[in-house]
Design a protein around this ligand. Structure first.
Ligand SMILES: [Zn+2]
Length: 200
């Protein structure tokens, strides 16, 4: 994660933002209607020989600098889920000052955020993710990544889009200093269980 606003102080004193999220009501949102969410995340390259992307371990000439496993696609996805239900950002829910998240697998974050979406009375309709990087490339890993994201979001694979682009050798991604990701989700109100008349 790379959310500086959420980690200004020592681990013993969570930010006011984190407290606000922790006490936020989790009942269904009203009025009911579709909601969209958008997420963005960045990680710098660092020592290592693999990068986690969309829950898949991709061999690479470098790793990423991160408190967790640094899965930039899943972190962007978490922010999209949280944003859609107005529950802050990933740094508020999983502070990088908290030792319990050191090296954590980011699928845990997605599962938690999906639980919050459900608690708000919503289900995910589809997700669309984009990786911005010169390397590594998604070729050979794309199907596994889509399958993993679909599994995490409890969706069919055709409800998950995954794209990749370079930035034409411009900017920090173009200089191969790191990688970035964007994610968008559409949420729909959860179907209400039909009530069955006793005489039927
Ligand atoms: Zn991140």
């Amino acid at each position: 994660m790379s959310e500086p606003a959420s980690s200004p102080g020592p681990a013993a004193s969570p930010s006011r933002g984190a407290q606000a999220v922790a006490t936020a009501p989790l009942g269904p949102l009203a009025p009911l209607g579709p909601r969209v969410g958008f997420g963005f995340d960045v990680h710098a390259f660092g020592p290592g020989d693999q990068v986690w992307l969309a829950g898949v371990c991709v061999p690479h000439t470098q790793g990423v600098v991160a408190h967790s496993d640094g899965d930039v696609l899943l972190h962007a996805l978490c922010d999209a889920l949280l944003g859609a239900v107005a529950l802050g950002d990933i740094g508020q829910h999983f502070p990088d000052t908290d030792p319990q998240w050191r090296g954590a697998a980011s699928h845990r974050f997605v599962t938690h955020c999906l639980g919050l979406v459900k608690a708000r009375g919503y289900v995910v309709g589809n997700a669309d993710l984009t990786l911005l990087a010169e390397a590594p490339r998604l070729k050979g890993h794309r199907d596994a990544m889509i399958a993993r994201v679909a599994e995490l979001l409890e969706l069919p694979t055709d409800a998950v889009g995954l794209k990749a682009t370079t930035t034409e050798q411009m900017g920090f991604t173009g200089r191969r200093e790191g990688l970035a990701a964007q994610a968008a989700v559409m949420l729909w109100p959860a179907p209400v269980a039909p009530t069955v008349s006793p005489e039927l």
